[in-house]
Design a protein around this ligand. Structure first.
Ligand code: FES
Length: 187
């Protein structure tokens, strides 16, 4: 009689084994989650600190145009005209008369707005509260308490106009007759 194959003994897997395997996995996942969260918080904190240090080391700086600048040759300016070419970039009007130049500040002496030159009316008119200044810079209407200020103008070594906004002249202090408040030129 042939031997009948010995039935393989079935290995019974306890239903509790998978849960025993999963349990450490769950624990691992949980630990990783906590680690990741901790790392994220640490990174965010470091990024914030770097930002604060960056602002400390590189504070907001307003870069203004140079206070002293060349403004071209005298013959580039029309006689009896208020020249606007440096109004926006440097805050000045350059006025050429038959006998020379003066340079006016574009800051209204009331509260600091920027007036407009009205060619037809031959005056600077401030849009904020209505102050008016004639071409010389003298205040003639509105609340502005004093004339526009003038800046120093001389010739650079190459013959161009050289404007220095570090030096101001105020009419009410008698400074418009000082050297630099007016540049003689006939050409
Ligand atoms: S700021 Fe020019 S009139 Fe007030």
């Amino acid at each position: 009689m042939a031997d009948s194959p010995t039935p393989q003994k079935e290995t019974k897997v306890s239903p509790s084994v998978p849960s025993l395997v999963r349990a450490p996995l769950r624990g691992e996942v949980k630990r990783r989650g906590v680690l990741l969260a901790g790392w994220a918080i640490f990174s965010a904190g470091m990024a914030g600190m770097v930002g604060v240090m960056g602002r400390f080391m590189f504070p907001n700086v307003l870069y203004e145009p140079p206070q002293e600048f060349k403004a071209g040759l005298p013959l580039e300016y029309a006689v009896d005209a208020v020249d606007m070419r440096y109004k926006a970039s440097h805050g000045v009007w350059i006025v050429r008369e038959a006998s020379g130049f003066y340079v006016l500040s574009t800051v209204c002496t009331h509260l600091g707005c920027t007036p407009n030159w009205l060619t037809a009316d031959e005056k600077f008119k401030c849009p904020c509260h209505g102050s008016g200044f004639i071409k010389s810079g003298i205040n003639v209407e509105g609340p502005a308490p004093r004339p526009l200020e003038r800046y120093k103008v001389t010739f650079a070594e190459d013959g161009q106009l050289l404007i220095d906004k570090n030096v101001k002249f105020q009419s009410e202090k008698g400074q418009w007759t000082w050297p630099g408040a007016f540049l003689d030129f006939v050409g």
